[in-house]
Design a protein around this ligand. Structure first.
Ligand SMILES: *Cc1c(COP(=O)(O)O)cnc(C)c1O
Length: 345
């Protein structure tokens, strides 16, 4: 029987990761929100990974994993599949280290994200309609061309890199009661929860997923990886399953997340707009999702850090949301487009 409190990585791995990535990623600020504190009846601090280089926290895990590669892996080059932000992070970190990078994207990845990856010199392979197919292409390139995979979440170095956010928020806010974190593959939530609870086990961590992207929530309930079809969502960075051979993040999330929530699209819309209008923060859907818990009463009377995980929002969506107009989320994988109408709630 395995000891539930023992995981394949621990706080020392996260501290080492912090050391490895120092100077290569931005130490992002925590910003107190007066408006959201009033709304939530709480003390609300926003951890602004929107200000991270490449526009999302994914640079932390990617940099940590790439920094650890040996000489032979560096010559062979790296490959990853991605909903966009991880690919951009890998492309940037690889370019900085002088390593060739290949990024496999499914057709559901927004064009503005694939353009940003190409601009960093990475080779892009468009593979299939969803994350699972992009993952299979990644595995083929590993098997046939000998490339080294940098996974988007289920890897100890990646989780340790994302966990450095947990160290920083507790440095800035030692009296924290809780953390609201977006949840997809669970690298972000698992890493942060591991760091924070190792320092203070009383801290509550709640994970937020989009209603259409609940693979991790369903897997946590089932105790084994559950595959679900992708659906169009404003939180496109949360697309994808957790991998049928998940090694690390499912166990971490089951052990360390106190609760999970699934958030409807109109609430994601409202969260993006609130950050934009009241804080001047440009957050993408996946990143704004934790704000919905403030409206929902999750954090009354608590001091909470909301992880605003990235800012790479589709410019057309941003313009519509700023104007309070409906947003159409196109889906290139063949499903009908999703219309999110703030009046239609
Ligand atoms: C990848 C990503 C997430 C989810 O992270 P996981 O480790 O897959 O749970 C959340 N927000 C943004 C902006 C992302 O790019």
């Amino acid at each position: 029987m395995t000891e539930p409190s023992r995981h394949p990585i621990d706080i020392e791995d996260i501290r080492e990761a912090a050391h490895l990535i120092r100077g290569k990623v931005v130490r992002t600020p925590m910003k107190r929100s007066r408006f959201l504190s009033l709304v939530a009846g709480a003390e609300v601090n926003l951890k602004l990974e929107t200000l991270q280089t490449t526009g999302s926290f994914k640079l932390r895990g990617a940099t940590c994993a790439i920094q650890r590669l040996d000489a032979s892996s560096r010559t062979r080059g790296v490959v990853c599949c991605s909903t966009g932000n991880h690919g951009r992070a890998v492309a940037h970190a690889a370019q900085l280290a002088g390593i060739p990078a290949t990024v496999c994207l499914s057709r559901s990845v927004p064009a503005h994200k694939s353009r940003a990856i190409a601009a960093l010199g990475a080779r892009i392979v468009i593979a299939g309609v969803d994350q699972d197919e992009a993952q299979r292409e990644t595995e083929r390139l590993v098997a046939e061309d000998g490339l080294v995979e940098i996974p988007p979440f289920d890897h100890p170095d990646v989780v340790a890199g994302q966990g450095t956010i947990g160290l920083e928020i507790l440095e800035d806010c030692p009296h924290l009661d809780g953390i609201a974190v977006p949840l997809s593959g669970g690298g972000l939530a698992g890493g942060i929860a591991l760091a924070a609870k190792s320092i203070n086990p009383a801290i509550r961590v709640i994970g937020y997923s989009a209603c259409g992207e609940m693979a991790m929530i369903e897997s946590m309930r089932a105790g084994v990886p559950v595959a679900l079809p992708e659906r169009p969502t404003l939180a496109d960075a949360l697309h994808g399953g957790i991998g049928e051979n998940n090694r690390l993040t499912l166990e971490l999330c089951r052990a360390l997340l106190d609760e999970v929530r699934s958030v409807p699209e109109v609430e994601i819309y409202r969260a993006i707009r609130t950050l934009l209008v009241h804080e001047g923060v440009v957050a993408e859907g996946a990143a704004a999702i934790g704000v919905s818990g403030l409206f929902g009463g999750d954090w009354r009377d608590a001091s909470v850090a909301v992880i605003v995980s990235g800012g790479n929002i589709d410019p057309a969506h941003l313009a519509a949301i700023r104007a309070g107009k409906p947003v159409i989320v196109e889906d290139d994988a063949g499903q009908p487009p999703l219309q999110v109408d703030p009046q239609g709630a």
